[in-house]
Design a protein around this ligand. Structure first.
Ligand SMILES: NC(=O)c1ccc[n+]([C@@H]2O[C@H](COP(=O)([O-])OP(=O)(O)OC[C@H]3O[C@@H](n4cnc5c(N)ncnc54)[C@H](O)[C@@H]3O)[C@@H](O)[C@H]2O)c1
Length: 358
């Protein structure tokens, strides 16, 4: 078993999920350094968690420590330059969402991966729960028939205090509204389960928060299979819910949860009077309840590092949501449907989610 030396860049609110992931990784992962531009915070967090070295500058940390894997836990606009630095310094990267600001940045990250031989994974812990993994297997085996109709609702509530954090609510720093910051988890899972998406038509609005970006977005999607889907990303919904519903030819599968799901959050139904045969009964075999957490995803990344291969949530699997988000915003800003593959380097939406020069 190999042991990897790990560093965190950013020691803010999301850090407990990453500390828990490291604990779960046991001896495979040793947290050797932390970086934050806030000197007091990085010192306090490091002392509280037994992290031996701390820095206020990522360049210095990479030179001194030479970690194998870096978790990037900083505000969204800082991810891209930090990712490039880490790859060049010889590290794999596990980066919080949203990975980057644009398709242009994503494609430059891919070039850096190719040049360095190191890989970048986006944090999308929802893909790693036992129920989602089980459902994906059943879909691939054709047990449920084709998906025909899908709903993906991230209905969360974020008040003025949430948006008072200086990097939030702005195109330049949060990189978008709930489409990039909140609904991105469930939408990523939805797009992975349904099929490749083909076309999106969207509307966004800023209805009740004093922010530049949207506080609600709605999108209709046509998938390659012909199936239709719908996504809502809201920061304005007092009764909060993350709700996913897929209607297949033979069954409906739903998940209602908030920030994390267990097997019990998933519901399986068939039409009245329709036969419940042995193949449909396979839904019951979800197996041990594994909640999709950072810890499960980190385990997959360490396995990929052992094997010297690309982690699951990188490359094509990570680009899909960036392209979808760019297309959703382009549709909303231009009032036109947008097809997958149509945003190329000649398009302003290739460079920024709002299509404006930065
Ligand atoms: N996956 C999830 O479920 C989840 C949940 C919450 C947040 N997030 C993501 O985690 C990231 C961080 O969010 P947060 O709520 O912890 O933010 P935060 O503002 O609480 O913390 C960010 C930290 O990064 C530091 N920082 C800023 N720029 C830096 C730089 N260039 N180098 C080093 N340190 C720097 C800040 O000083 C701060 O301590 C965001 O991308 C957010 O979207 C993910």
């Amino acid at each position: 078993m190999k042991q990897y030396r790990i560093a965190f860049i950013g020691t803010g609110k999301v850090i407990p999920s990453h500390l828990h992931a490291l604990q779960q990784a046991g001896e495979r992962a040793q947290l050797v350094a932390a970086v934050d531009v806030n000197a007091e915070r990085v010192e306090a967090v490091s002392k509280a968690n037994g992290i031996p070295y701390w820095f206020t500058d990522a360049t210095q940390m990479l030179a001194d420590i030479q970690p194998d894997l870096v978790h990037i836990l900083t505000p969204p606009h800082t991810h891209f330059p930090l990712i490039l630095q880490c790859l060049k310094a010889g590290a794999y990267v596990y980066c919080e969402k949203p990975l980057c600001a644009s398709l242009d940045q994503f494609d430059r990250i891919s070039e850096a991966e190719a040049a360095t031989g190191n890989y970048v994974s986006t944090v999308f812990q929802w893909r790693f729960g036992s129920a989602a993994q089980h459902l994906k297997r059943l879909i691939e085996e054709g047990v449920l028939g084709r998906p025909l109709v899908g709903h993906c609702n991230t209905l969360w509530y974020r008040d003025a205090a949430y948006y008072a954090v200086p990097w939030r609510g702005k195109w330049a720093t949060e990189l978008g509204g709930p489409t990039m910051g909140l609904g991105i988890h469930l939408t990523d899972l939805f797009l992975w389960l349904m099929d490749e998406w083909e076309e999106v038509q969207a509307m966004t609005a800023t209805l009740d928060r004093d922010i530049e970006v949207e506080d609600v977005a709605m999108a209709m999607i046509r998938f390659s299979s012909g199936a239709l889907g719908h996504v809502t990303n809201s920061a304005l919904s007092p009764r909060q819910e993350s709700y996913l519903r897929l209607d297949f030819q033979r069954a409906t599968v739903e998940c209602s949860a908030l920030y994390r799901y267990h097997n019990a959050n998933w519901q399986f139904s068939i039409a009245d009077n329709s036969p419940y045969d042995e193949s449909l009964a396979q839904w019951q075999n979800i197996g041990t309840d594994i909640s999709g957490t950072h810890a499960v995803q980190l385990g997959e990344i360490l396995n990929s590092m052992d094997a010297g291969k690309r982690p699951f949530l990188s490359g094509h699997e990570a680009r899909r949501i960036i392209e979808f988000s760019a297309s959703l915003y382009k549709s909303a800003f231009t009032n036109q449907p947008v097809r997958r593959g149509s945003i190329t380097a000649a398009d302003p939406f290739y460079y920024a989610m709002n299509g404006k020069p930065r």
